[in-house]
Design a binder for this molecule. Structure first.
Ligand code: FNR
Length: 345
């Protein structure tokens, strides 16, 4: 158990070091068209969103980060307080560490304790059995559960899993046996349309595309294990805007899609929502603000993200997210070429 906690601490430390290096504007190929005749009053903008019975007051989700050891207790407690104050949905980090360890459960349960009425997502890897999924949901009385896919990380991580057979069957079983909404999410490598179809055929109704361009777990594992590092594989994955459009084009009519991976601003969120996402997830940026500036800095940051989203909606002339989805946008550059090559309009 000690090793797991050490690994999680290192993930936090190295992800913060990488955040500093990441200054990329991942949605730079996407432009929302200015509307010079917008008649939208700022105070009438409604940013609420609904999917699979979940009612979110705001479309910003604090994505899965951590849990299972003392520092994680503090991080989760502080994030949960900000989530409660700002009415944001929040996911906890992988709860596998707490399945057989009562002490580790505290750092997850604190999230529900701090925010008894908030929307909280449980989290566990795709190798989990249905029983384990039910246990992590029950542990924090979760409103939904995230099942994470992180094959590249497991492959590169020295102590990671090396066998992946049976994943699709497990996901299928989870989809049919777990009663709370199930979100299948990537952790920063993205999801292509072919796999989105398989997930939808398994009965998955919410996909968080977790695209490339933000937190890079191959880079993090390389920093943890310099001797066996594989730097050439860093930045592996499908960039967030592309993965979002791929998945929406294939299963957008039967799956609700959450955009995440490298999102930093309310303008990023606005672009993702305009492309068709139901919500936008932020992990690395949240952790970075919290560790560097404390809970107040995190709150101010997330308030700014919300302001940027609302201002953008006013400037394109959208009163709510369904109007935002109908506004014109322009796609250029690598994103345009990729989608053309893939036959996606
Ligand atoms: C993560 N992420 C993550 N995801 C998950 O499903 N379970 C987990 O336990 C973790 N753990 C974790 C730790 C740390 C330190 C970070 C920074 C991230 C992945 C996260 O939820 C998200 O999918 C990716 O980080 C991509 O989004 P960002 O960070 O680019 O916004």
């Amino acid at each position: 158990m000690e090793n797991r906690a050490r690994r999680k601490k290192e993930h936090i430390r190295y992800s913060l070091m990488l955040e500093r290096l990441l200054k990329r504007d991942i949605f730079s190929d996407v432009t929302l068209l200015h509307n010079c005749l917008s008649e939208v009053n700022l105070d009438e903008i409604d940013i609420s969103t609904q999917f699979q019975g979940l009612e979110l007051r705001k479309p910003i989700i604090i994505n899965a980060i951590t849990g299972g050891f003392p520092l994680a207790f503090t991080i989760n407690q502080q994030i949960a307080k900000v989530a409660r104050e700002l009415n944001l949905a929040m996911a906890v980090g992988s709860q596998r560490i707490a399945l057989r360890d009562k002490a580790a459960q505290k750092s997850f349960k604190v999230v529900r304790k701090v925010n008894p009425d908030g929307i909280i997502f449980a989290n566990i890897g795709a190798d989990a059995s249905t029983e384990e999924v039910l246990e992590v949901v029950d542990m924090i009385k979760a409103d939904a559960v995230q099942i994470h896919l992180n094959t590249p990380q497991e492959i590169v991580m020295a102590e990671g899993r090396k066998k992946f057979e049976g994943t699709i069957e497990k996901i299928s079983k989870i989809a049919s046996e777990v009663k709370v909404p199930v979100i299948v999410k990537e952790v920063g490598f993205g999801i292509a349309k072919e796999e989105a179809k398989i997930l939808a055929d398994c009965g998955i109704k919410i996909i968080d595309i977790g695209g490339a361009g933000g937190t890079d777990f191959i880079a993090i594992e390389n920093m943890r294990n310099k001797k066996n590092a594989v730097p050439v594989l860093e930045m592996w994955g499908i960039p967030t805007p592309i993965s979002l459009i791929e998945v929406l084009s294939e299963v957008g009519d039967r799956v609700d899609v959450i955009a995440s991976g490298g999102l930093k601003t309310g303008l990023d969120a606005a672009k993702a929502l305009a492309l068709g996402a139901k919500a936008a997830g932020f992990a690395g940026a949240v952790l970075n603000r919290l560790i560097k500036g404390g809970p107040l800095a995190l709150k101010k940051y997330l308030e700014r993200v919300e302001r940027e989203l609302i201002y953008t909606m006013a400037m394109v002339g959208a009163r709510n997210l369904s109007e935002l989805r109908k506004r014109p946008l322009i796609i250029e550059g690598r994103t345009y070429n990729w989608l053309k090559f893939r036959g996606i309009n």
